[in-house]
Design a protein around this ligand. Structure first.
Ligand code: CU
Length: 120
């Protein structure tokens, strides 16, 4: 009885962790978090641990003056784990505020701060 109870708890804990892993977690990006990139036309890439609903996710660029601009997400069925976009950026401190809808229906959010440096 005692053992069965422990097994049940272990299975429950495993089920919870599997469910949690379905949420979209940022695993890679361009630029890197707190990284720096030269000014100009930048390809922006946010990669997650699971498939993303690209049409219903959001990327907002926060400029050095704190103004917010929605970024167009490039539909890309060949890279279902990514949100891709692009922007022409001048030097300064920026943040990409992302909102990702995973296919399990859960939304995760986060901020990706980075610095744009003067082009060499
Ligand atoms: Cu989830």
């Amino acid at each position: 009885m005692q053992l069965n109870h422990r097994v049940a708890i272990a299975i429950l804990a495993l089920a919870v962790s599997i469910n949690a892993s379905a949420h979209a977690i940022l695993t890679d990006s361009t630029p890197k978090p707190n990284g720096s990139v030269p000014a100009g036309h930048l390809a922006l890439m946010l990669k997650y641990n699971s498939k993303i609903d690209q049409a219903r996710s959001r990327l907002i660029l926060i400029a050095p003056d704190k103004s917010e601009t929605p970024l167009a997400i490039t539909a890309n069925t060949g890279k279902p784990n990514e949100l891709d976009s692009a922007a022409d950026l001048k030097p300064g401190a920026y943040t990409i505020r992302w909102q990702a809808l995973a296919l399990d229906g859960h939304i995760t959010r986060g901020d990706l701060p980075f610095t744009v440096t003067a082009a060499p």
